[in-house]
Design a protein around this ligand. Structure first.
Ligand code: PLP
Length: 414
């Protein structure tokens, strides 16, 4: 009698990791951190920190200010709010989904007044709505416009150049704050050209690093506001104290190993070239979308999503974002048809085939799964993951048209 295959045996080979963050970490990045403790006050380490700063600024397209925090993306969110706004200040949040909701929650807890421009999570906020709202604000009570560039929960991108133009069209002085956590180093982002005032990012997505570092790019105007004496109570997060040393001071011990890892990740990205990095992510996103559209065989619905619910019917597998100009190149969220459980399918993918996919967040729990196609990735990995998703769809009885991988191959060879 053949013995049942143990889980351990099934887990031979590498796990295919297709979560939208953290992402796969290149071996050379892991190796760069595998080193003994190092005195962070030496000239040798200061040189690495200077190079990391310079390379990150280059990748971000900025000659303005940059600060790194030895903490995950939430810290950069909080630092931006605390340095730029004072208690009771009003800010305008563009709703995109789970992450705009959580940035709003943080700002509210810190004592800011948050007004939300509501949107269907499948479409995002139209740029014209920003102009309209700011034009009404004759007294300039709104101090900042905040947007999550790439909403990781839904795979929807807000167009930054259009939003900048929308703020300018209203002739409004509000600061423009952008969360680039799941877009930077995957999608086009040029800080200075876009006229962004603050961009926050994290190490564990397009930057292909472990979790634990975040960055904030800061315009000269935003830095002057932070230095002018306003802001919320802050200590660890005080940009002013961090700016007293070139290229920056870390409050306490510098996160030496994280900086070495980021230094190597940036070396890899710049060697590939940021334009090529962006193009590569575009190709993989096209492949994922081609497979999903094939599985769904034309299924589309006008179901809407808000924080509380999904309203309407989902009659077949389909891409969650319905605006063709706002599709994310780093993550695609996929609806499964009504009556089927996306989490059960994800569990099968993980337990049987060692493929890790992202879960549906908030109202999308069980209704959708997410394919993270960002970071250290190539064609065989992408095709392998799509083939395995199809296997898991079959195993979990989710109706789909087979042959999604052929559609992905056609997209990749176009
Ligand atoms: N913003 C976006 C768009 C994200 O995707 C995430 C994490 O996935 C965050 C913020 C929070 O980042 P962190 O988990 O590093 O605090």
């Amino acid at each position: 009698m053949t013995k049942p295959v143990s889980n351990e045996a099934r887990m031979r080979g590498r796990q295919f990791y297709f979560n939208p963050g953290p992402t796969n970490i290149p071996d050379s990045v892991l190796a760069a951190m595998h080193r003994p403790a190092e005195d962070f006050l030496t000239d040798a380490f200061k040189a690495v920190l200077r190079r990391t700063h310079a390379n990150l600024k280059h990748a971000l397209g900025t000659r303005q200010h940059l600060l790194l925090f030895g903490a995950n993306g939430h810290s950069a969110w909080e630092a931006a709010l605390a340095n730029l706004f004072s208690r009771g200040d009003k800010i305008l949040m563009l709703e995109s989904g789970y992450f705009s909701y959580h940035w709003t929650k943080m700002a509210t807890e810190l004592g800011l007044e948050v007004e939300t421009l509501w949107a269907d999570w499948r479409k995002g906020v139209p740029a014209a709505a920003v102009t309209e709202r700011l034009a009404e604000d004759k007294a300039h009570a709104i101090k900042g416009v905040l947007v999550v560039h790439n909403e990781t929960a839904t795979g929807l991108v807000h167009p930054l150049a259009e939003l900048r133009a929308a703020i300018d069209a209203a002739k409004h002085p509000a600061l423009f704050l952008v969360d680039t956590i799941s877009s930077f180093a995957s999608m086009e982002f040029r800080f200075d050209e876009l006229g962004v005032d603050v961009a926050v990012g994290g190490s564990q997505k397009g930057l292909m690093m472990i979790t634990g570092l975040s960055f904030t790019a800061i315009s000269q105007r935003a830095m002057e506001i932070a230095q002018s004496g306003g802001g919320l109570r802050r200590s660890f997060f005080d940009w002013r104290a961090m700016m007293t040393v070139e290229p920056q001071r870390f409050p306490g011990t510098s996160p030496v190993h994280l900086i070495h890892g980021l230094d190597e990740a940036l070396r890899l990205l710049l060697e590939e070239g940021m334009d090529n990095v962006v193009a590569r992510h575009g190709r993989f996103a096209d492949a994922a979308r081609a497979a999903i559209r094939h599985w769904g065989d034309g299924a589309a619905s006008d179901a809407r999503i808000s924080w509380d619910s999904v309203e309407g019917e989902i009659d077949g597998i389909q891409i969650l974002c319905t605006d063709p100009d706002r599709l994310s190149d780093s993550v695609t969220a996929v609806f499964v048809p009504d009556g089927h459980d996306a989490n059960a399918m994800r569990q099968i993918a993980l337990d049987r085939y060692n493929l890790s996919l992202g879960q549906g967040l908030g109202p999308l729990a069980g209704r959708a799964f997410r394919i993270g196609h960002l970071g250290d990735m190539n064609e065989p990995m992408m095709l392998g993951a799509l083939a395995t998703i199809e296997l898991a769809l079959k195993a979990s009885g989710i109706p789909h048209k087979s042959g999604g991988v052929d559609a992905a191959i056609a997209a990749l060879s176009a």
